[in-house]
Design a protein around this ligand. Structure first.
Ligand code: PMP
Length: 360
């Protein structure tokens, strides 16, 4: 068996130890005589799996007691609609920061319900940095401020938490669990699972409990956060196997990695090694202002774009997978999520130097 170096932006690499554990437990989960995916979600065994996953996530992120953790479906994209549906009940204008493709998608969805106010945007400079705190201007009747902590396609991340006197709502799909986080600064945090949490199919929403009463009356039940909070996220059949695997990832982070501070240290070493390789050469380039470079997603271009497909073909033959940039921007992108190891990154930087020597 060979596991190659997987730099996919999502669904992303899973920790091998998690997949091994899932394999061991696949046919007969701990003497129950059946697989987790064959169990009733209302069985005591699955309820225990679900509750343990929540406890472990709470431990990892030190989530305060006045926050609810919801496990939903529909990905982060469905949360683009859930955010205004669940927060605009008392009225007001949804406020958004615009830093690239994913925040733009969230804004588009809010505009279906109410005109969004753009409280800050760095579109004018090609999204090479995020709005600075003094460039954020909320509308007078702001209902909340939404931003995307890490723009997965642009490779752009906030180096600070905006301070505002309305609920702060954050799309953390591609950065959650990459480093410790002060949840108390936020009203709502949400993330699709398929990067640092587990396989695709489950979405984590962390919401301060006083914000559960603000849904628009027409909110469909399955899009209402309060319904999930009141029903332990089991209003209908949840994606049980994805939930179980997310739980295994949380245990891996706690036990094998040693927590999020340790995970952050590893992640920083990984991205620094790759940015250093890019910056050391005129052959590779990354356009992002160094203070806002993502630790998870590193886009880069080749000086000679005509070499793009050769680069990708040769990388793949060396076992370096999924380095093609997002279809909307081209170039290359290496996603360095938690399950990508320092050895994976070293294999990439070695290949890059070698490729430059041969083709540069
Ligand atoms: N937000 C961000 C920052 C993302 O990276 C993604 C997916 N790549 C999404 C939202 C959309 O997530 P999903 O595909 O789970 O709907």
């Amino acid at each position: 068996m060979t596991r190659l170096h997987n730099f996919c932006a999502g669904p992303a690499a899973m920790p091998t130890a998690v997949l091994e554990r899932a394999r061991e437990e696949m046919l007969d989960y701990r003497g129950q005589g059946l697989s987790v995916m064959e169990m009733s979600h209302r069985s005591p065994t699955f309820e225990a799996i679900a509750a343990q996953a929540e406890r472990d996530l709470r431990d990892l992120l030190a989530i305060p007691d006045n926050y609810r953790v919801l496990f939903m479906q529909g990905g982060a994209t469905l949360q683009f609609a859930c955010v205004p549906l669940n927060l605009l009940g008392p009225g007001g204008t949804p406020n958004y920061l615009d830093t690239g493709i994913w925040s733009a998608k969230a804004i588009k969805e809010a505009n279906h319900l109410a005109g969004a106010h753009i409280a800050g945007s760095t579109q004018g400079n090609g999204y090479v940095h995020v709005p600075r705190p003094d460039e954020i201007a909320l509308s007078t009747d702001a209902a909340y401020l939404h931003y995307c902590h890490n723009e997965t396609i642009g490779g752009l991340a906030y180096d600070y938490v905006p301070e505002v006197d309305v609920p702060l709502v954050c799309d953390m799909s591609s950065s959650i669990l990459s480093a410790p986080l002060d949840v108390s600064r936020y009203g709502v945090i949400y993330a699709g699972a398929q990067k640092n949490i587990g396989p695709a199919g489950i979405t984590v929403v962390i919401v301060r409990d006083d914000l559960l009463e603000r849904a628009l009356p027409q909110t469909p039940s399955l899009l209402g956060w309060k319904v999930y909070a009141d029903n332990d996220s089991m209003i209908n059949t949840p994606p049980t196997y994805a939930w179980y695997l997310a739980g295994l990832v949380f245990q891996w982070l706690k036990q094998d990695v040693g927590g999020l501070a340790e995970m952050e240290a590893i992640n920083r070493r990984k991205c620094e090694a790759l940015y250093a390789a890019i910056d050391a050469s005129d052959f590779y380039a990354n356009p992002i202002d160094p203070t806002n470079r993502s630790i998870m997603n590193v886009p880069f271009t080749l000086a000679d774009e005509a070499l793009n497909s050769t680069f990708l073909e040769e990388a793949e033959s060396e076992g370096l997978l999924n380095l093609k940039g997002h279809r909307s921007v081209g170039g290359m992108r290496a996603s360095l999520y938690n399950a990508v190891s320092e050895a994976d990154v070293q294999a990439l930087t070695t290949f890059m130097r070698d490729f430059e020597r041969r083709r540069g």
